[in-house]
Design a protein around this ligand. Structure first.
Ligand SMILES: NC(=O)c1ccc[n+]([C@@H]2O[C@H](COP(=O)([O-])OP(=O)(O)OC[C@H]3O[C@@H](n4cnc5c(N)ncnc54)[C@H](OP(=O)(O)O)[C@@H]3O)[C@@H](O)[C@H]2O)c1
Length: 303
């Protein structure tokens, strides 16, 4: 077994080949000299796209490519083994950044979106959290759209998604019930709205925020490991076809890195952050929701 000598921190960034994940890595390698010897694992589902990203970064020796498709159990298992074999099973930070948005409101796209943004993160965390050092942390990249969608569902669903006693099995059932409701054309009856375009994306992110709370509880019960969710803000990237009025992916990366670099005692385990500020798990701000609906309609019409 060949192991790499332990550098200051080992940081995995999934979906690191472009967009916000790529900007996170770019910033990590430019950090002040006290922590610039981080070993960074640049996750990319496609080797060629990962290699291109590495060369765009100038091929720094402390950034290593890790092939990782979060939609594939085999790929997650292969990457887990690689971390064990090559890096001695040592991780300090996991940034679950890889994500997709559905291209339409079909059941097929909803399943793919939930598989990538929710189930893939959950499986990867189940595999990799045992590798985290004490005070290690997990950052699940969610979205402010999650709380907006939660603000729009029935009171019963709001209570279930935000319950302090919600288990991960119950959360899986909530997610599955959503897909079944979509499949059977019963969204309204099951407490969901049909007013929001790309609903599956919002549901995937609200489930991820709930999962973060559950994982944080489990990890702090067992060991000193911290789990947070972060919204990078609305950033111009491929996921939204560089939508109008979006800020830079670089600012999105700052939002994530704030939670990576702030000390444990200044953050609340399991909480949801954007730009260093804790956000509510349910957004009831009607003006924000209406602006979001308009934006989604615009994006949907411009396809
Ligand atoms: N941009 C925004 O306004 C915004 C707002 C809120 C939250 N977010 C979240 O921020 C994260 C990054 O998004 P982005 O804006 O940077 O979008 P992006 O430019 O489309 O990048 C998405 C990244 O995820 C990767 N990815 C997708 N599916 C994957 C899979 N199955 N396995 C591994 N990697 C996969 C993509 O790889 P490929 O190149 O191979 O496709 C790409 O590297 C996502 O979780 C997104 O939901 C974005």
């Amino acid at each position: 077994m060949s192991t790499v000598a332990k550098l200051q921190r080992t940081v995995l960034v999934t979906g690191g080949n472009k967009g916000i994940g790529f900007e996170v890595i770019k910033k990590l390698i430019k950090q002040p000299s006290s922590i610039n010897d981080d070993l960074i694992l640049l996750g990319s589902r496609d080797l060629k796209r990962g290699e291109d990203a590495l060369s765009q970064l100038g091929s720094p020796t402390n950034v290593h490519l890790l092939q990782l498709d979060t939609l594939s159990k085999e790929s997650i298992s292969f990457a887990t083994n690689e971390i064990k074999q090559k890096y001695g099973g040592q991780l300090d930070v996991i940034i679950n950044n890889a994500g997709i948005a559905p291209t339409d409101d079909s059941v097929e796209e909803a399943r793919k979106t939930l598989a990538t943004n929710y189930y893939g993160v959950k499986l990867l965390n189940d595999n990799l959290i045992p590798f985290l050092s004490d005070h290690g942390r997990v950052i699940n990249v969610a979205s402010g759209i999650g709380p907006m969608v939660l603000g729009y569902v029935s009171k019963d669903l709001q209570d279930k998604y935000t319950s302090a006693t919600l288990t991960s099995e119950q959360l899986d059932c909530l997610v599955e019930d959503f897909v079944l409701a979509l499949e059977s054309n019963n969204l309204e009856k099951c407490g969901y709205t049909t007013e929001l375009p790309y609903l599956a994306y919002g549901v995937s992110k609200m489930a991820l925020i709930a999962l973060t709370r559950i994982e944080a509880q489990q990890c702090s019960d067992a060991r000193k490991i911290f789990v947070y969710s972060v919204c990078p803000g609305y950033c111009a990237t491929d996921i939204n076809k560089h939508g109008p009025g979006a800020r830079s992916a670089e600012l999105g990366a700052d939002s994530i890195l704030h939670v990576v670099n702030t000390s444990d005692h200044e953050l609340k385990n399991g909480a949801f952050y954007r730009d260093g500020t804790e956000l509510q798990q349910i957004c009831m701000d009607e003006a924000k929701i209406q602006a979001f609906i308009q934006l989604m309609k615009h994006l949907s019409a411009s396809k």
